[in-house]
Design a protein around this ligand. Structure first.
Ligand code: MLC
Ligand code: AMP
Length: 494
């Protein structure tokens, strides 16, 4: 692989429209030319970035792709961050990756430049695309390509490092399974710092020579209006987005509704994932659009692993069967494969599985078991199809399709001067999947409202990590060992 496959492929479709954003349409050829420029600017006279991390905050649109490709073409590791994250989270990622360069669009310069300077990284404005004509390095398949930060059972998020070979495998299996072609057009409404928006939507579209149209930030009525154009073939989102679309549809007048329905009925495929899709949402989406949502299952560390079929029966409440090239097994607590029809933890093996947690060898080792990646999710096979039953850890919460760590939030809340003790849990919610909820014991004489707590935590945690439920209590429920009983906390906050 002299250059990433996605870039080589773009050369074959250079006249086709690759991206549509607020400014209009851009062709693959334009992205190639501009990303040669960003690569040259990043290289700045060197011949290869040799796997150096480049953190970039460029909102969804053509410039995002131009920097993603430029980083790859220069031999760097793309580390996307997003406007929805808190300033402290940006700083953490710049420091934890040891980024050599931070690229930012102008609206974030005032915040990101000082972070870059204090962490010893170069700062570059995303609008300064220069350096055309540089000769670009030859990359091997095993070159590191991307680091995405994911929250887990540790209190700080970990960087998931994927190689170009991993990414190619993650993309190729979906292009194959969902029959992406250059005639597809997808509406992109997801964040670009997570695998769903990056791999499943953006990279699959570009790999196939298809068109990716961005709508950012997501807004239900605007998304419906775009779908109503009838020009799209594909739409992919998390269950919360489908809930929000359905709420807007319910609230619309009959003429608007029928226009929206008509446009959406022309899609060839709508996909849901990142969190459990409630069967009620699947049914309402079918009633509103005639589309049977295809539910699939994946994870930052592995890309997509299980999918309902494109052709054939999609089973509500189930995530289907392994995608081509992905091996799956279910194991018990001892790591032994379970008997048919018995629940077990999902383990995954295949070329799409990430290489390592960035600079965390112990965490990487703990995440694998005989070469299989341990997902922490529990499933059962029923009639040949996998059904997700839940997660092993009560400390991992999925809210709006985002994975958040209760431990990470607790660690931040404990720093509040009024807080003596705290416990964070996910409570079930129809629209968000789960909501972040906190039980606090306050120091003597202190008071704290939910709004005050959220305002205090906002610079420290992304909006979706901020608790939306709060209980002040005199003590936390503990077991005989003194450990907080999260199930009990959840009952009090539900
Ligand atoms: C925002 N709000 C929340 C919330 N997030 N309330 C409860 N729980 C949450 N999680 C509140 C805000 O405080 C605000 O309230 C209001 O909702 C609007 O905030 P916003 O920031 O504008 O939200 P919005 O843009 O509407 O976000 C909703 C969303 C977003 C669904 C578009 O959550 C989203 O993009 N989710 C996708 C995440 C994703 O891509 N995950 C994939 C991970 S990869 P107020 O009161 O101020 O109005 C992965 C692997 C795989 O999981 O398998 O795909
Ligand atoms: P992330 O770490 O953000 O990539 O999120 C991955 C997690 O999302 C998985 O480990 C699952 O817990 C969850 N997930 C993804 N898809 C589904 C799905 N279709 N149903 C239930 N959970 C899902």
């Amino acid at each position: 692989m002299a250059e990433p496959h996605i870039i080589a492929g773009a050369q074959r479709v250079s006249d086709r429209v690759a991206v549509v954003d607020r400014e209009g349409a851009v062709r693959f050829g334009d992205l190639l030319a501009a990303s040669a420029g960003t690569a040259g600017a990043l290289l700045d006279g060197r011949s290869d970035l040799e796997g150096a991390p480049v953190v970039f905050l460029v909102p969804p649109g053509r410039d995002h792709v131009v920097w993603q490709w430029g980083i790859w073409r220069a031999g760097g590791i793309a580390v996307p961050i997003a406007a929805s994250q808190a300033v402290a989270e940006w700083d953490y990622i710049v420091a934890d990756t040891g980024a050599v360069t931070v690229v930012s669009s102008p609206e974030f310069e005032a915040t990101l430049r000082p972070i870059a300077v204090s962490r010893g990284a170069r700062f570059r404005l995303s609008t300064a695309i220069a350096g055309t004509g540089a000769s670009l390095p030859d990359l091997g398949d095993d070159c590191a390509a991307m680091i995405l930060y994911t929250s887990g059972t540790s209190s700080r998020p970990k960087g998931v490092l994927t190689t170009h070979a991993n990414l190619d495998a993650q993309i190729a299996t979906l292009v194959d399974a969902w029959h992406w072609t250059a005639d597809d057009r997808v509406l992109h409404v997801l964040p670009l710092n997570h695998v769903h928006g990056i791999v499943n939507v953006l990279c699959c579209a570009l790999w196939a020579g298809a068109t990716c149209e961005f709508l950012s930030p997501f807004d239900a009525a605007s998304a419906w209006e775009r779908l109503a154009s009838g020009r799209f073939t594909l739409f992919m989102a998390v269950p919360t987005i489908y809930s929000k679309l359905l709420a807007a549809w319910d609230a619309a007048d009959p003429i608007t509704r029928s226009r929206w329905t008509d446009g959406a009925s022309r899609l060839r495929l709508t996909v849901s994932g990142s969190a459990a899709l409630p069967v009620a949402v699947l049914n309402r989406w079918r009633a509103a659009t005639g589309q049977v949502l295809l539910e699939r299952y994946g994870m930052t560390e592995i890309g997509m692993a299980l999918s309902n079929p494109l052709v054939g029966t999609r089973r509500p409440g189930s995530v289907g069967t392994p995608l081509p090239g992905v091996e799956i097994r279910l194991v018990d607590d001892a790591g032994v494969e379970v008997a048919a029809g018995t629940p077990g933890e999902i383990e995954v093996r295949g070329p799409g599985v990430f290489r390592e947690y960035w600079h965390r060898p112990a965490a990487t080792e703990a995440a694998f078991h005989d070469g299989w990646f341990r997902t922490g999710d529990v499933a059962i096979v029923e009639d040949g199809s996998y059904r997700i039953l839940g997660r092993l850890s009560a400390d991992i919460i999925k809210t709006g399709g985002y994975k958040v760590s209760a431990l990470e939030i607790e660690e931040v809340l404990r720093e509040h001067p009024a807080v003596e003790e705290c416990a964070v849990v996910g409570v079930a919610d129809e629209d968000w999947g789960e909501r972040v909820a906190a039980a606090l014991v306050l120091r003597p004489g202190e008071t704290l409202s939910l709004d005050t707590l959220r305002a205090w935590a906002a610079p420290r945690l992304a909006t979706y990590k901020l608790p939306t439920r709060l209980a002040i209590t005199s003590e936390l429920p503990r077991n005989a060992m003194g450990k907080v009983v999260k199930a009990e906390v959840r009952k009090r906050l539900q």
